[in-house]
Ligand binder design. Structure first.
Ligand SMILES: Nc1nc2c(ncn2[C@@H]2O[C@H](COP(=O)(O)OP(=O)(O)OP(=O)(O)O)[C@@H](O)[C@H]2O)c(=O)[nH]1
Ligand SMILES: [Mg+2]
Length: 209
């Protein structure tokens, strides 16, 4: 099956993708008019891996086994159509209170001031689903009133029936969040599950040209 949208999505994510900036503060973030998608989720959930899979580059966004690796907002530009923001992960157990407050400030400021932000992707590990740290972040997203899409990462790491249970529970939980989109997408960078579908959804928000 291939209509115009699929075609555009494929071309968009196969095209030029450039690292624009790494910003540790909102002031350091370059202004942009292009529609922007932010990747949000716990440390180690697979944000950078998913970005790499979407653009089909192995090492565009840095991937690490050590949680807490991405400490700044990393901004990427896809052609002249879309910006992708890889946000620092949260919920890392060994983080100090001061670091957590710094994270909260950075993310709240980003959500409140980034005018070009069109969507947030909230990544959840398929082995766990929604966890306490996510429950603290979701109200921030609701307040910002930016539509967010919840999705499961690492779908390959659970059985089919586990995946169905976690998906079901996640769908039920996000229902009570006003800014969350209704469905939850299952993805895996290992099997490629959900990646093409996600490209199409993101391409719908991009500048077509
Ligand atoms: N099995 C499996 N492992 C994955 C998948 N996606 C990511 N991982 C692994 O999960 C670990 C963390 O991935 P990252 O992409 O660095 O996670 P992150 O969310 O960017 O982490 P921070 O930058 O620390 O917030 C790495 O060891 C990845 O190889 C997946 O779809 N399946
Ligand atoms: Mg990362």
């Amino acid at each position: 099956m291939s209509d115009g949208t699929d075609d555009f999505a494929r071309k968009l994510f196969a095209g030029e993708c450039k690292f624009v900036a790494g910003a540790a503060s909102i002031e350091a973030l370059p202004p942009s008019k292009l529609p922007e998608i932010a990747f949000v989720g716990r440390s180690n959930v697979g944000k950078s891996s998913l970005i790499n899979a979407l653009v089909n580059r192995r090492k565009l966004a840095r991937v690490s086994r050590t949680p807490g690796r991405t400490r700044q907002i990393n901004l990427f530009r896809l052609r002249d159509s879309l910006m992708i923001a890889d946000l620092p992960g949260y919920g890392f157990a060994k983080i100090s209170k001061a670091e957590m407050e710094a994270w909260n400030r950075l993310i709240s400021a980003y959500l409140a001031t980034r005018k070009s932000l069109r969507r947030v992707l909230l990544l959840l590990d398929a082995r766990r689903g929604v966890v306490e740290a996510d429950r603290q972040v979701m109200p921030l997203l609701d307040q910002a009133a930016i539509a967010y899409q919840a999705l499961l990462t690492k779908a390959d790491a659970v059985t089919k029936s586990e995946l169905e249970n976690v998906l079901h529970a996640a769908v039920l939980e996000i229902q009570s969040h006003p800014a969350a989109l209704a469905d939850v997408l299952a993805t895996s960078v290992e099997t490629g599950a959900g990646i093409a579908e996600l490209r199409v959804r993101l391409a719908e928000l991009a500048v077509h040209g």
